[in-house]
Design a protein around this ligand. Structure first.
Ligand code: AMP
Length: 114
C-alpha cells in the first residue's frame, strides 16, 4: 500500500482526475465531491501537508497558488464571484494531508461557514 496522499498520486498520474490547469509548480483539478457547481482544487506539486506546515521560503509558491486561482476564475468565467477556502488541520476539517485551495462558485455561498 502506497503511503502517498491521494493528491500526490494524482500529481504522479497514478489515479485519474479532471485536470483543468497544470504548470511546473501546481495542478488544478475538479473536486470529486463538488460542494458547488464549480469546485476546483489547486495544489502545489511540492508536498506541503497543510498551510500550517509551509515555511517562510514558501511564500512565492503560496502566492503562485492564489494567483492561479485568480486566473482560473477568469478562465472558467466565474463572473458572479467565488470563494477560496483552505482547510488547515483537524479543527478545520482538513481530510487530505496535501495543501489545497478550494475554488467554489456557481451558487450563493452562505456566511459564516459551518
Ligand atoms: P479538505 O476536506 O479541505 O481536506 O478537502 C479535501 C477535498 O478533496 C474534498 O473536497 C474531497 O472531495 C476532495 N477529494 C478527495 N479525493 C479526491 C479525488 N480523488 N479527486 C478529486 N477530489 C478529491
Amino acid at each position: 500500500m502506497s503511503d502517498k496522499t491521494i493528491f500526490k498520486r494524482i500529481i504522479d498520474r497514478e489515479i485519474p482526475a479532471d485536470i483543468v490547469y497544470e504548470d511546473d509548480l501546481c495542478l488544478a483539478f475538479r473536486d470529486v465531491a463538488p460542494q458547488a457547481p464549480t469546485h476546483v482544487l489547486v495544489i502545489p506539486k511540492q508536498e506541503i501537508p497543510a498551510l500550517a506546515d509551509a515555511q517562510d521560503g514558501d511564500a512565492p509558491l503560496l502566492g503562485h497558488l492564489l494567483d492561479t486561482v485568480r486566473r482560473l476564475a477568469v478562465q472558467l468565467g466565474l463572473d458572479g464571484g467565488y470563494r477560496v477556502v483552505i482547510n488547515s488541520g483537524p479543527d478545520a476539517g482538513q481530510s487530505v494531508d496535501h495543501l489545497h485551495l478550494h475554488l467554489l462558485a456557481g451558487r450563493p455561498l452562505r456566511w459564516p461557514p459551518g
